[in-house]
Design a binder for this molecule. Sequence first.
Ligand SMILES: [Zn+2]
Ligand SMILES: [Zn+2]
Length: 252
Amino acid sequence: MAERKKIESASENTVSNIQNAKPVGNATGYRVGAIILWVLALVCEVLAILLLFGKINITFMNTLVCLIVFIVLDLIFLIIGSQLWKKANHIKPASKKNPTKFWLWNNMGLIVAVLCFCPLIILLLTNKDLDKKTKTIAVVAAAVALLIGGAASIDYNPISAEEKEAAQVALEGTAVYWTPYGKVYHTHVIDEVMGHTTEDGKDCPYLNRSDSLTRGTVEEAIAAGKTKLCSYCQRHDHIEGEGIKTDDVSEP
Ligand SMILES: [Zn+2]
Ligand SMILES: [Zn+2]
């Protein structure tokens, strides 16, 4: 069995190796935050374009440095905005009954990433005033930013309103557990604090106890980005329910 890591909990005055989940938060708040940050990202792109066309003049920096600064700021705002958007999608997922909205909601980050860099890349490539070196470096920087920003904006673990509801119904009143870098949440976990043991006296073998472990509701697990139920735990704990998202690859 994996070695237990004991973490002193300051607030509860008990020794626990499992932390409680943070409150889920408000989806609308996250969406508003995402939109504000995306607008700031687009403002940075517009500033870069204005600079390119000589509409603004920054005297204390050369054009290339200035372009790179705007590209980096554009990327930072994009990435933070996309993380907030993904979080909102996990708290309040779109319904699969509306395929257009479902697609749009889950791909919004990627769409914004394209909007944040593609116009600038095109205008850089077609620009005739820049010297070759400045142009090449700026295009490469913007293209790399597009790739990083796009990859960071994709939700690799999307969930629909229906899948979330199915999980909530099947796991109502049940504590679930997850690790910071895991993709799934587990139920087959020994939790001494909660007085919860497992039938075989062992943790789920796919749970890495050496990582810090979080305990919460299924809603909190999904909000934390763990959108799938561990299929080992599902089988061992006989969790029934149509449409629960699991990591079982054999399922459609
Ligand atoms: Zn498991
Ligand atoms: Zn069990």
